[in-house]
Design a binder for this molecule. Structure first.
Ligand code: AMP
Length: 432
């Protein structure tokens, strides 16, 4: 199937051709028609499925076919959880709107607000934003959301994970009630369904991949290994396989820094990307990784969200996530847009319960391998390591807020106030 039958304008088809897309991805085939009809849509799609074009193309079609004259109020808001995703979505919006008379801007925290304000004052039709900076500029009177016609909530599950629920509610209060709403989420928890119920009116539901299952193009494997041998094993895998581009996940910021240093000592170019890094350092690391200067990007879950690295061949879970859904997000970085990819997990005894929950979620047993010289420790405890024991009193707690300029939300705040009694599902304060 080509893009033509979807009914998008010639200017959009020209931009699509320029991007080199010939066939709409499944989520695009399913989401574009109802969005063009003006319906609310609830879409299940993870990064890598082409979801951004899935909502951006019909949005641009609608806005350009229904112009509002010279005066440009903000007519569409795309809300994303992380700065990287906001930047990524904005780039897509710009590319797809190249041949249209539409203006767009992106705003997020961690950088000077002045250029963002100047850009908004020039008039924009489409605003891509993270919640913190958006509410900040809205309360300063720099921008108004009173003329929003289309509201898009991207990666809604991650929004909730990062504690943005209240911010989302505040944003919604500043918008007119009559508007089209589109919500995209990789996973569908009870909380997400509740949020969707509160935002969407009679939505059409579309799905790119079945709920909580991993993409078929990805080869998954588990290496059982003693905890203390993980660094040696990952260095061996990267060197022996001569991997040129590998994304490695750690559970904590501290762990990401530590592993990154060890890679560099082993003469493997590496950079870490997490919430304690400045926006400049994050952008530089990502650019270096994309252009091949950096072989290994070590990331935490939240920092990695929304990274668009086409054809990433290898993803390694240096540590398994304690939230099973994160495993699906992580390995979704490979095997993108139909390409083959490999996702490997280094699993020590104390991660056994995490592995079991992941296998339950994805409904498959992952093949296990043991490499000679890197065997698991038969005497190691299978009890998950307590977060209090990891890098106790570590420096990262000071900057424990979410990645955006806001202090996060309920979950983060709770975890800071009651660190000892934290039974939250997520250890948000150390995961970024
Ligand atoms: P997304 O899921 O929106 O992050 O997109 C993942 C990647 O797929 C991006 O690099 C897009 O440029 C690419 N992409 C999106 N739609 C298509 C398409 N129809 N054909 C080929 N690639 C696409």
């Amino acid at each position: 199937m080509s893009f033509t039958p979807l009914g998008l304008s010639q200017a959009l088809l020209k931009a699509i051709t320029k991007k080199g897309y010939t066939t709409p991805s499944p989520i695009q085939q399913k989401a574009i028609p109802p969005i063009l009809e003006g319906k609310d849509v609830l879409a299940s799609a993870q990064t890598g499925t082409g979801k951004t074009a899935g909502f951006t193309l019909p949005l641009l079609h609608f806005l350009s076919e229904n112009p509002k004259g010279k005066f440009r109020p903000i007519r569409a808001l795309i809300l994303t959880p992380t700065r990287e995703l906001a930047a990524q979505v904005y780039n897509n919006v710009k590319e797809y709107s190249e041949f249209l008379n539409l203006q767009s801007a992106v705003i997020f925290g961690g950088v000077n607000q002045k250029p963002q304000i100047a850009r908004i004052r020039q008039g924009v039709d489409i605003l891509v934003a993270t919640p913190g900076r958006l509410l900040d500029l809205e309360s300063q009177g720099v921008l108004s959301l009173k003329r929003i016609e289309v509201f898009i909530l991207d990666e809604a599950d991650r929004m909730l994970d990062m504690g943005f629920l209240r911010d989302i509610e505040r944003v919604i209060k500043t918008m007119p009630t009559r508007r089209q709403n589109l919500m995209f989420s990789a996973t569908f928890s009870k909380e997400i369904k509740k949020l969707a119920h509160g935002i969407l009116n009679n939505p059409v539901q579309v799905e790119a991949t079945p709920e909580n299952t991993t993409v078929e193009a990805i080869t998954q494997k588990v290496y059982r290994v003693a905890k203390g041998l993980k660094t040696g094993l990952i260095i061996k895998l990267i060197s022996d396989g001569n991997w040129k581009q590998v994304l490695v996940f750690t559970r904590t910021k501290h762990g990401a820094n530590k592993l990154c240093k060890k890679m560099i000592s082993a003469n493997i170019s590496a950079a870490a990307i997490h919430g304690n890094k400045s926006q400049g350092a994050r952008t530089k690391a990502l650019a270096g990784f994309k252009n091949g200067r950096i072989r290994v990007l070590v990331a935490t879950d939240i920092a990695a969200r929304g990274l668009d690295i086409p054809l990433l061949p290898h993803v390694v879970n240096f540590e398994l996530p304690n939230i099973s859904e994160d495993y699906v997000h992580r390995i979704g970085r490979t095997g993108r847009a139909g390409a083959k990819g490999e996702a490997l997990s280094l699993v020590s005894a104390d991660e056994t319960t995490y592995l079991q929950s992941i296998e339950k979620l994805i409904d498959m047993k992952l093949p296990v391998e043991i490499i000679e010289g890197f065997e698991p420790d038969p005497n190691a405890s299978t009890v998950p390591e307590k977060r209090q024991q990891r890098g106790g009193g570590n420096r990262s707690r000071r900057n424990s807020g979410s990645e955006n300029s806001k202090s996060g939300g309920q979950k983060n705040n709770n975890s800071r106030r009651r660190p000892k009694r934290n039974n939250n599902r997520r250890n948000n304060d150390k995961r970024h």
